[in-house]
Design a protein around this ligand. Structure first.
Ligand code: C5P
Length: 411
């Protein structure tokens, strides 16, 4: 079953009596693993107090577009960028009409307009309003723009009528939102991903390493699992939770990481090298702690194996994706790495740019393949990971010959 683990969901609430069910919906989204923030229209706050949702979500509720203090804390643009998905439930007839026309007079409508993430609406209105041609036309126009419409259901309505227009039940809404993330782009494929830093022992208590947080590799693992792949995440030491439905192999050094990769790639379809592997390791790690003595200490280093190049050179190999962390000449360096290491795709990022790269939550990358470069927008790593997984799936299905073991198996 699809989950919402590690997903950021903005739950929008508009003016309708079904707003009382949004408290249950919020709970269900949280139980499915999502981090949820709430935005309410003024009319919604007449039905249920924002304090209810603040207490349940653990965050202030976003209500006012023109409140400088609220906008300074997390403005509607930041909220739009934060969300992996927006679900407006209940969505009133009036709010749907606002969406159709691209109007943004309130914070929720402005956030929907500013967002790039999937948007779903759960219409809720009196059956008379629902049955009007203009409502159907509005919904058709929203669907044509890729907005998902969940429900409505039929039955008793708060106004005493019986008919279509009730908000879909919270259980159904939570399940349908989770399904949005299950793209199926890598159904039946095995994906092996390396992530995090490696640690190269100097002696039993000291090591050489780097600042890699592992966030991008872990986000790719979650996105690949969402896309239907069987995912193996081979990771150096990081402070991150292993995504759901991902098999995790903990390693420390580059040599251990290579061994784990070689044991896993034989039947893999995709190999993604997101780890920041130490280029060198101490030639002779001391068996005992090195004592402080002379003014200088010399440690001789030897080259580590290049894991991604080793995998790319295997006679029967998966589709191989490498990363390139650069501080200059992004495109040229990425192209060079593609050719030199024999990769199918390189994801390059400028680690000198502020707010992206090592340790940060956002990333902006250049995707370089033999078909040419592409630059997706700057995005939170989880959203970028989903986009990259889709691009990898497309590139695998593209004009280049499919060398993957499952293609062999199918042949
Ligand atoms: O050569 P450079 O370290 O810049 O290349 C980065 C890419 O190569 C990343 O995908 C990284 O995971 C991979 N790499 C590797 N083994 C190494 C060094 C880098 O797999 N020893």
């Amino acid at each position: 079953m699809a989950t919402l683990a590690n997903k950021r969901v903005l739950l929008g609430i508009t003016g309708g009596i079904a707003a009382y069910k949004s408290a249950t919906l919020l709970r269900l989204l949280q139980q499915a693993g999502a981090e949820v923030r709430i935005a309410m229209t003024a009319a919604a706050t007449e039905f249920v107090a924002p304090l209810t949702f603040q207490a349940l979500s653990g965050h202030p509720v976003h209500c006012d577009l023109l409140d400088p203090a609220a906008e300074a804390a997390m403005g509607h643009i930041a909220l739009a960028r934060w969300a992996d998905a927006i679900l407006v439930a209940p969505a009133s007839a009036d709010f749907l009409a606002r969406l159709v026309h691209g109007e943004a007079p309130d914070l929720l409508a402005a956030t929907c307009l500013a967002s790039r993430c999937p948007l779903a609406v759960a219409p809720a209105m009196n059956q008379g309003m629902w049955s009007k041609a203009v409502t159907a036309e509005n919904l058709d126009r929203l669907r044509a723009r890729g907005i998902r419409v969940f429900g409505p259901a039929a039955g008793y309505q708060a106004c005493g009528d019986i008919g279509e227009g009730r908000m879909e039940e919270p259980e159904v809404l939570a399940a349908r939102l989770a399904e949005l993330f299950a793209s199926g782009a890598l159904d039946g494929r095995k994906v092996v991903i390396t992530a995090g830093p490696t640690r190269e022992a100097i002696d039993p208590v000291r090591y050489l390493s780097n600042h890699s947080s592992g966030k991008m590799g872990y986000a790719l693992a979650a996105a690949a699992a969402d896309a239907g792949a069987a995912v193996v995440l081979i990771s150096g030491p990081v402070a991150l939770a292993v995504p759901e439905r991902v098999r995790h192999i903990a390693v420390t050094s580059a040599v251990e990481m290579l061994d784990a990769c070689l044991a896993e790639v034989a039947d893999a379809d995709v190999f993604i090298a997101a780890a920041a592997v130490a280029d060198y390791r101490p030639r002779n790690a001391a068996a005992q702690k090195i004592k402080k003595s002379d003014a200088t200490l010399t440690i001789e280093l030897e080259l580590n194996p290049d894991i991604v190049a080793t995998v790319a050179a295997l006679p029967q190999r998966p589709f191989v994706v490498g990363f390139a962390a650069e501080t200059e000449n992004l495109l040229d360096n990425a192209r060079g790495k593609l050719a030199r290491k024999g990769l199918d795709l390189v994801i390059a990022n400028d680690v000198s740019a502020p707010g992206i790269g090592f340790g940060s939550d956002d990333n902006q990358v250049l995707v370089v393949s033999p078909l040419g470069p592409q630059r997706p927008p700057r995005l939170p790593k989880a959203q970028l990971a989903r986009l990259l997984i889709d691009q990898i799936a497309q590139a695998m299905a593209g004009p280049a010959p499919d060398r993957s073991p499952s293609a062999e198996r199918l042949a």
